[in-house]
Design a protein around this ligand. Structure first.
Ligand code: G1P
Length: 300
């Protein structure tokens, strides 16, 4: 049984300035919820019971978000807005939260290493706090990763997503052995130069590893920006002959990246449109705007 997850949220989010000047990118709203709430709800549904956030400077609002707010609960229960209590139900999730700080910004691999004591001797999930899997986080990917890990002899599984060839330079990219949804990874490279990617299968922000990964991270040399990349640590494991699997996101599921404005805006729109209460009104307004922009007739 895999019940622990490390959620790195230490990145400074400079690509989202000024929105992220004094608030974490993981707390940006996508529709009604902050990004990190989707991530935690996804993990809880996959059977995760304890989560370690690896935080950094100015990330306190994440801790506050997952605390019980007794005063607010009392205020809503006593007042005329009892229906809003449903919006705080996530506070009762059966998940324990732990927090540690990455004291220097030294990359994703180094952030994961901060979770070594938390993970202990058990396999654990890594879920990036700025990535939502599936519309409204309704993804079965982590549950599938856990099932595959338990059935196969591997020391790690990585979720991957097919991306357009001109996007591979923004991600870690794997070289698969075979074409099925679950495959052995031959090799992988972090942010390959344009035209150099070994495939179009990009690492999608969810990983599962045995604690052997920590030793590999310790042996990973920082890149030219001084960052210890998780991808490079996994590459060391491959070099030592460890079996690492890749799992394609289930059909119909996507990864929503809240690391840049283009993808954040598009994700917000998609989630708002899919909101059961507000979606129809947003759609109406959006169609009006698009018609005006395209100078289409009102019924066009
Ligand atoms: C990180 C990983 C990269 C992965 C990406 C999306 O990059 O290093 O391998 O593809 O997340 O999950 P970042 O977005 O932090 O630059």
């Amino acid at each position: 049984m895999i019940t622990s997850a490390i959620v790195p949220v230490a990145g400074s989010g400079t690509r989202l300035l000024p929105a992220t000047k004094s608030q974490p990118k993981e707390m940006l709203p996508v529709g009604k919820k902050p990004v990190v709430q989707y991530v935690v709800e996804e993990l809880a549904r996959a059977g995760i019971e304890q989560i370690l956030f690896v935080t950094g400077k100015a990330k306190h609002s994440i801790e506050n978000h997952f605390d019980y707010d007794h005063e607010l609960l009392r205020q809503l229960s006593d007042g005329e807005k009892k229906e809003l209590l449903a919006e705080l139900e996530f506070e009762r999730m059966q998940v324990s939260f732990f927090y540690t700080r990455q004291r220097r910004q030294r990359g994703l691999g180094d952030a994961v290493l901060c979770g070594q004591r938390f993970a202990g001797q058990e396999p654990f999930v890594i879920a990036l706090g700025d990535s939502i899997l599936g519309l409204h986080a309704d993804s079965s990917c982590v549950a599938q990763m856990i099932a595959a890990f338990e059935a196969e002899q591997a020391c790690g599984i990585i979720a991957v997503e097919e991306v357009a060839p001109d996007m591979t330079q923004h991600y870690g990219v794997v070289r698969p052995d075979g074409t099925g949804p679950l495959f052995a990874i031959e090799d992988l490279v972090e942010k390959p130069a344009p035209g150099q990617a070994p495939s179009n299968l990009a690492i999608a922000g969810r990983y599962l590893f045995t604690p052997i990964i920590f030793d590999a991270i310790r042996h990973t040399k920082p890149d030219k920006r001084g960052e210890v990349q998780l991808t490079d640590a996994i590459r060391i494991l491959r070099g030592r002959g460890y079996r690492i699997l890749g799992l394609k996101l289930p059909p119909g599921e996507r990864r929503y990246d809240i690391g840049n404005f283009e993808s954040y805006f598009a994700t917000f729109l998609e989630f708002a449109l899919a909101d059961p209460v507000y979606g129809p009104e947003v759609k109406k307004r959006l169609l009006e705007l698009l018609r005006t922009e395209a100078r289409l007739p009102a019924d066009g």
